[in-house]
Design a protein around this ligand. Sequence first.
Ligand SMILES: [Fe+2]
Ligand SMILES: [Fe+2]
Length: 185
Amino acid sequence: MNQRTESAKLQPQAEMKLDLEAIDRARNDIEDGAVTPSAGPWVQQIIGFLNDSLATELVCVLRYRRHHFTAAGLASPAIAAEFLEHANAELSHADRIAERIVQLGGEPDFRPSGLEKRSHAEYDDSKDIRAMLRANLVAERVAIETYRQLIRMIGDKDPTTRRLLEDVLADEEEHADELKDILSR
Ligand SMILES: [Fe+2]
Ligand SMILES: [Fe+2]
């Protein structure tokens, strides 16, 4: 028997137990909708983080749309089309995040004032296509790092939000990869 199995054997197995009292409370506070007791302590913080992410996605929609309509140059039609595709993906991220905020009993913040301040990523109105590509790659990398940190922080505190952010993260990684490919041509 190796050391590992031996030490595993010595550890008394912790008993897994459901919190029946919390399950009972879930029967009651029905006005909380999908938010049940075990979600409770983290919900407000998660809503706050999601609202910052919503602002980030909205700024990305605006930046990519601005780039889509102003991209000019040799390879620009294909790149402009790519920018529009990304803009639409960011909009669907914004929609999914807003929907989750409401499910959690919060209010999605779509106020234009302060939008850029709430966002993790920056707006950009470069004229040059390479500068646009670079600005978008930077923004994607900022989003990727933020979502990675959020996913780690949320862990098992809110599996549904975590799964949503994992989906969004996968899209942002694809975006960053595409931008990097175009830039290295
Ligand atoms: Fe996004
Ligand atoms: Fe993206």
